[in-house]
Design a protein around this ligand. Sequence first.
Ligand SMILES: [Mn+2]
Length: 424
Amino acid sequence: MQLEKSIIEETNHQQQAAHQRKFDFVAEDINGLDTILKKLEDFNIAIPSWALGTGGTRFGRFSGGGEPRSLEEKIEDVGLIHALNRSSNSISLHIPWDIPSNAAAVKAHAAQLGLHFDAVNSNTFQDQASQELSYKFGSLHHVDKAVRKQAVAHNIEVIKYGVELDSKALSVWLSDGSNFPGQLNMRGAFERTLESLQEIYEALPADWKVWVEYKPYEPNFYSTTIGDWGQSYLLSSKLGNKAQTLVDLGHHLQGANIEQIVSLLLMEGKLAGFHFNDSKYGDDDLTVGSINPYQLFLIFNELVEGMDARGMNHATAIGWMIDASHNVKDPIEDLIQSVEAIKIAYAQALLVDTPALVQAQQNNDVVQAQEILQHAYRTDVRPLLAEARLRAGGALDPLALYRKQAVRNQLIAERGAKAVSTGL
Ligand SMILES: [Mn+2]
């Protein structure tokens, strides 16, 4: 299904007066308002194809109904989100869950909805029915050369699909690791991973990147072969300019200072991009900003400062993507909330009085530095986001409109109450 533009316009019209009041109130105190609004309009976050279905845990999965049954329906769902928020103009495919069998048709369908394709993701963390050798003991790091070869070939196949869709990056996350001390020679595992990644790197088109994601534990619980940003950075440095480190917010041990990691990767030109989510304990894959929105703001503060220092385009220089799994929410509602949370943190970071902060840092005025950051963080920027959406043709209040139109009920009517999204 698609949302009629007239419905969005009509609803915006009804909400216009209330919006204008809130917008005028916050806009009055903001310097460079139009530049900020333009940056907010330009800033889009990719939606992963696996996030349109209900997520599960190892204990079970409870479908919400009306889930997309095919890649085409997943694209439709991203189209719905983008029509509402005008901030989700791309989709990131996971192979083999979403193989585009007819790339030209898939691309045309997406383009109709104003969408393009972000990074493609490979999968060597589970076995597929058709595959010859098992990844039970790893893929790119496997002790058996034949398994490594199969995993390398899979990644090269994913690049091929991505080329057909005009993607520009391959995102690699490995579950490779060990569950028990002694299971693995760690140096050997790292060297074999590097060798395998080098073969994949060689297959990258000239204008492509490979994004190397890290994660400290799970599904392996003693060691992960690419366990932290240092190990990913080491690999991406050895590989070359087309390799960079991907930061997934949930892939850190508790208390890690992610903003510092981001700041240094950016300084070295090695920050590929983000997988956004939120967590309280581990890789919880919760809605972005639902647990710790202040940390998200601090990360964006480093991002904006670092990108400006390097003259980078905020919207396009880095890959922005959600990577979450929704156990109990309507996936579309969750994604609308996540995109909103990301853009709130971004908008707040744009409000930081940088010259004053530099001055405070120079003077070791710790109190003033905190005041400056928290002044930006405590500004209610939601009317700015709404205004940017309005200017881009989206809904003033995407979630409210989604509910008012009973979109999920329509999807259930169309696809069935038991429709289960492919891949999960
Ligand atoms: Mn991820």
